[in-house]
Design a binder for this molecule. Structure first.
Ligand code: UGA
Length: 466
C-alpha cells in the first residue's frame, strides 16, 4: 500500500521506516526541511538503536522517501499523523496546533475517492475529543475516514515496539457501523505482518482509544511516583526501597516493572501527558477524578529537589564545589533531554553556584543546547577527574558497571550520590566511597559476607514447621 506519515519526529520517523520495513511504499513529510534532508540522506536525527538500519534499508529499496510538500501525499491510501502534542506554554493542556494545521493541510490535498476508504490515522497522544473533532473536518472529503491508533513505543526500544507491539488499538467513530468495519479492514491490511504474529487488536470508540493512551502513561507515571513516595518513607525510617520494590514486585498483581525508584520520570511524554490528562479532566468537569495525578507530578518534582538538597548535605556547601553528573539523557539508550531529571538537577546545582561537569554517552550535544553554559565532557575518566561529589542520574550501562576502585583513583573525593539506586553499596563502600542513594539508608561498611554456613533461617523454616 502507499502510505504517508505526517510529522517525522521521533514517533513518525520510526513509524515511517517501520512501515517501509514491512513492505509498504512510504513517504514521510515534515515542515522541517533540515530534518527531511537528514532522513533522506539515511541519517538518524536522534539516537535510537536499530533505527538507522531500517531507515537505510527502506531508502535503498526505494520504498521510503521524505518530502516537505503536501502535494506529494495526494495518492497515498493511508495517512498517519505522527505530530507532537507538547505542553502548552500557558498551562497544562496539550498544544494541538501542529496536529490541527497538518490535518488541514492534508485535507486540502486529499482527492475524493470511491471504493475502499482513504484512511487518516492519528497516532499522536491527544485529549479525548480530538479525534472526533478532526474527523468532522477531514471526513468532509468524499471517501475519507479517520481512525485513532495510539502509539505505545518507548524510546530506546522504538523499532521493536513498532514492529512487535503488545497490542494495537483502533479508535473509530462508531464501532458497530459498516464504514467502521471497512476502515478497520483497511488498517488491518496495513498491519497485516504484525497481526499475523497474533498481536491483539482492539476496536473501540474514538474517546476510549484516546483514553487508553492517556491512562497507560498516567498509570506508568503513578507507579514510578508510588515507589518514589515509598523511597521517601525508606529515607525517613532507614529502609531500602530497592528491597521493597523487589519484594512487592514478586506479586503478579503488582508486577516488578516501573518500580525503579530514583530521581524520577522525565522525557517528552510522561510529564506532559499527565498534565494534559489533568487539564482534560478539569475541562470536562471531573478534575477531582484525576486530582491524584497532581500529587504524582509533585512527588516526581520533589525527587529532583531532594537530590540537590542531599548533594548540599554531602558537600556542606554547594557554591564553588566540583560536581560531576553522570547522565544527561532522560533515560539510558536515548539522547533525548526533554524534561530530563538528570539535566534538571545538573542545572539546579549550577544555579546554586557549583562547578558542574556533565557526561553522557549520547546526549551532550542536546544537553549543551538546552542548558547554555553547562560544562560537558564526553570522556568519562576526564569528567570524573577532580570531582568532590559524583551523581549518577541516568543509569547507562557504563555507569551501572563503573568500577569503584578505578573511579576512586580519579575523583578528588570518593563521594557518590546514586540517584537511580543501581550501585551495589557494599563494593562501593569497600572501595572507600561515601555512597548515598535515594531511598536507601547509608550502608554500614564492613567485611563482605563469608561462605560460613548461615544460621537457621527462622523466616524460612517456620512455615514448614507450622
Ligand atoms: C513512555 C511510555 O513508556 C511509552 O509506552 C509511551 O509510548 C511513550 O512514553 C509515549 O507516550 O510516547 P518513554 O518516554 O520512552 O515512554 O520512556 P519510559 O521508558 O516510559 O521512561 C520514562 C521515564 O521514567 C524515564 O525518565 C525513566 O528513567 C523513568 N523511569 C522509568 C523511572 O524513574 N523508574 C522506572 O521504574 C521506570
Amino acid at each position: 500500500m502507499m502510505i504517508s506519515v505526517i510529522g517525522v519526529g521521533y514517533l513518525g520517523a520510526v513509524h515511517a521506516a517501520a512501515m517501509a520495513e514491512i513492505g509498504h511504499d512510504v513517504i514521510g513529510l515534515d515542515v522541517d526541511a533540515e530534518r527531511v534532508a537528514v532522513l533522506q540522506a539515511g541519517r538518524a536525527p536522534f539516537h535510537e538503536p536499530g533505527f538507522e538500519d531500517i531507515l537505510r534499508r527502506g531508502l535503498a529499496a526505494g520504498r521510503l522517501r521524505f518530502t516537505t510538500d503536501y502535494a506529494d501525499l495526494a495518492q497515498a491510501d493511508v495517512h498517519f499523523l505522527g505530530l507532537g502534542t507538547p505542553q502548552r506554554k500557558d498551562g497544562y493542556g496539550a498544544d494541538l496546533s501542529h496536529l490541527e494545521a497538518a490535518t488541514e493541510s492534508l485535507r486540502d490535498v486529499l482527492p475524493a475517492r470511491e471504493g475502499a476508504p482513504t484512511l487518516v490515522v492519528g497516532k499522536s497522544t491527544v485529549p479525548a475529543g480530538t479525534a472526533r473533532r478532526l474527523a468532522d473536518r477531514v471526513e468532509q472529503v468524499e471517501g475519507v475516514q479517520l481512525l485513532w491508533n495510539p502509539e505505545f513505543l518507548r524510546e530506546g526500544f522504538a523499532v521493536k515496539d513498532t514492529l512487535e507491539p503488545d497490542r494495537l488499538v483502533y479508535g473509530v467513530r462508531d464501532p458497530e457501523t459498516l464504514p467502521a468495519v471497512a476502515a478497520v479492514r483497511r488498517l488491518d491490511a496495513v498491519y497485516a505482518p504484525i497481526l499475523a504474529r497474533d498481536t491483539p487488536r482492539l476496536v473501540m470508540g474514538y474517546e476510549t482509544a484516546e483514553l487508553v493512551k492517556a491512562s497507560a502513561n498516567a498509570f506508568l507515571a503513578t507507579k514510578i511516583s508510588f515507589i518514589n513516595a515509598i523511597a521517601e518513607m525508606c529515607e525517613a525510617v532507614g529502609g531500602d526501597v530497592t528491597d521493597v520494590a523487589r519484594a512487592i514486585g514478586m506479586d503478579d498483581r503488582i508486577g516488578a516493572k516501573f518500580l525503579r525508584a530514583g530521581v524520577g520520570f522525565g522525557g517528552g511524554c510522561l510529564p506532559k501527558d499527565i498534565r494534559a490528562f489533568i487539564a482534560s479532566a478539569e475541562e470536562h468537569g471531573v478534575g477531582e477524578s484525576l486530582g491524584f495525578l497532581r500529587e504524582v507530578d509533585t512527588i516526581n518534582e520533589r525527587r529532583r529537589a531532594r537530590t540537590v538538597e542531599l548533594s548540599g548535605e554531602m558537600l556542606g556547601i554547594l557554591r564553588g564545589r566540583r560536581i560531576t553528573v553522570l547522565g544527561a539523557a532522560f533515560k539510558p539508550d536515548s539522547d533525548d533531554v526533554r524534561d530530563s531529571p538528570a539535566l534538571d538537577v545538573a542545572d539546579r546545582l549550577l544555579q546554586a553556584g557549583a562547578q558542574v561537569t556533565v557526561t553522557d554517552p549520547q546526549a551532550l550535544a542536546n544537553a549543551s543546547q538546552r542548558v547554555p553554559g553547562l560544562v560537558v565532557e564526553a570522556d568519562l575518566a576526564t569528567a570524573l577527574r577532580g570531582a568532590e561529589l559524583t551523581l549518577l542520574l541516568t543509569e547507562w550501562r557504563e555507569y551501572r558497571d563503573l568500577d569503584p576502585v578505578w573511579a576512586a583513583g580519579l575523583v578528588a573525593v570518593p563521594r557518590m550520590l546514586d540517584g537511580r539506586s543501581v550501585l551495589e553499596p557494599r563494593s562501593w563502600a569497600e572501595a572507600g566511597w561515601e555512597l548515598r542513594a535515594l531511598g536507601r539508608s547509608a550502608p554500614t561498611p564492613g567485611p563482605a559476607p563469608t561462605a560460613a554456613p548461615a544460621p537457621p533461617d527462622t523466616a524460612r523454616t517456620l512455615p514448614a514447621l507450622i
